[in-house]
Design a protein around this ligand. Structure first.
Ligand code: 5GP
Length: 150
């Protein structure tokens, strides 16, 4: 039973697909690896060069990770983004981490998507609606409070 980093501390840890890739139990195109991170080609890329930056510690998601992992993962994403932007077709980059199933997370081991974007590639992003604007003030008031208090 490995160290359990999910919220159910008494449950045995079920290794994610990314842990199996880290341990070479499942193959992947490994783009980079060091002591703390692995970067792999996404198996279903939005564009060529769509990679996943994965900490070796199996934090289930962004909110459960420690500050050093978030900082180092972010730096690695930036390095990859800078490199991708040197390619002629790459005109923009999305750096995304999905946190929770409701946000589209399907692998519950923290990872950032670094996605090169081409001009007019039409990958659909979310678009806000005017109706939600009225609820913004209420939720942002909550955020203003917790960001000062905590
Ligand atoms: P999420 O939906 O959790 O934000 O992203 C999970 C990502 O992992 C998806 O983009 C999916 O294509 C990728 N993925 C899932 N299984 C595998 C796999 O076995 N190998 C690789 N290379 N990528 C995977």
């Amino acid at each position: 039973v490995q160290t359990c980093l999910n919220t159910h501390m008494s449950l045995p840890h079920t290794p994610s697909i990314f842990e199996k890739i880290i341990k070479r139990e499942i193959s992947a195109d490994i783009v980079y690896e060091d002591a703390d991170f692995i970067v792999i080609a996404d198996i279903k890329p939005i564009q060529p060069g769509h990679v996943l930056v994965i900490p070796k510690t199996p934090f289930p998601d962004f909110v459960s990770a420690d500050a050093v992992t978030i900082a180092e993962g972010s730096k690695l994403c930036q390095k990859i983004a800078r490199g991708l932007l040197k390619l002629p077709k790459v005109k923009g980059i999305n750096v995304i981490t999905n946190n929770g199933a409701a946000a589209g997370q399907s692998v519950f081991h923290l990872h950032w998507h670094v996605i090169p974007r081409h001009e007019g590639d039409n990958f659909p992003m979310w678009h806000g609606s005017a109706e939600s604007a009225s609820l913004q003030a209420e939720t942002c008031a909550y955020l203003k409070k917790i960001l000062i208090d905590e």
